[in-house]
Design a protein. Structure first.
Length: 281
């Protein structure tokens, strides 16, 4: 697969914060918009923001954090909202809350509960951790991924700056029996200093934890000219057509620097392959 092909139908992740709806106007119509969910803002904020994007014609994939779901009745309400808005795709994470507000402490527990309810959701995304997790050992992460596989349609990898690390991780989970297609999570065309600052602000973790996870970030901060995703895309594109890796696309973490990320993608695609931006009003 070429660079253009892997970028042809991307997923753009956006944070439902102040000013984000205006920035979303720069997004192209040929990609999906993933809307995050954080302890500070809550699930309802994610759904309200998603609804406004839906009204503007965007294809939306809301994130739902298991630890923010209050119980069965709350879960039924969330799934009913998906049905009422014609949404057939959801992305389920455990969430960053220290304590769950209800009975679901993990994505697996929420997925299991969803499987026992009537709803119209057909596609379910889950997260993968190429650089591990600061609070969970690798063996437990692998076991959780295997356990979630029957409920899931695809995996989205967490933010990572190193192509070799990503490819090693995908190859590793294949050898462990995980066959789900993978969307590789990459930072968009984001200023690296802002990337670090915004990551900390929205709850990725404290600076020590974040820098431990993102081994390539310090180098990116010091790189002349700043960070660009070009090299990562060029390294990953040849593996996207490989059945072993089964990379089906990119998930671009924009950190709400949407315009620069969209402009970067258009440059990579070339003018003849660029689609219009902005959803129909």
């Amino acid at each position: 697969m070429t660079d253009s092909e892997i970028l042809s139908r991307p997923r753009f992740e956006i944070l439902p914060t102040e000013g984000a709806e205006e920035r979303a106007g720069h997004l192209p119509r040929d990609g999906k918009v993933a809307v995050t969910c954080s302890p500070g803002k809550g699930i309802e904020n994610t759904l309200r923001f998603s609804e406004r994007l839906l009204q503007r014609g965007f294809r939306v994939v809301p994130h739902i954090a298991a630890r923010l779901v209050g119980g069965r009745a709350h879960l039924e309400e969330i799934l009913r909202w998906f049905d009422e808005h014609g949404l057939r795709e959801i992305y389920v994470i455990g969430g960053d809350s220290k304590e769950p507000v209800g009975p679901y402490a993990s994505a697996l527990e929420l997925l299991d509960a969803m499987s026992r309810l009537e709803h119209g959701v057909e596609e379910v995304g889950i997260g993968g951790y190429p650089e591990g997790h600061p609070l969970i050992d690798d063996e437990e992460l692998d076991r959780a991924l295997l356990d979630k596989q029957p409920f899931a349609s695809y995996v989205v990898t967490q933010l990572c700056f190193d192509a070799d690390t990503i490819l090693r991780w995908i190859s590793g989970i294949r050898h462990k029996g995980i066959r789900l297609p993978v969307y590789v999570g990459l930072p968009g065309a984001v200023d690296p200093k802002k990337l670090l600052r915004v990551s900390l602000k929205v709850g990725v973790g404290d600076s020590v934890r974040f820098l431990k996870k993102q081994t390539g970030l310090v180098g990116m901060l010091l790189k002349p000219g700043g960070y660009s995703p070009d090299e990562l895309v060029e390294r990953l594109a040849p593996y996207a057509g490989d059945e072993h890796y089964d990379i089906v696309g990119l998930h671009l973490y924009t950190f709400n620097q949407v315009e620069s990320t969209v402009q970067w993608r258009q440059r990579m695609l070339g003018p003849q392959k660029t689609s219009g931006t902005g959803a129909p009003r």
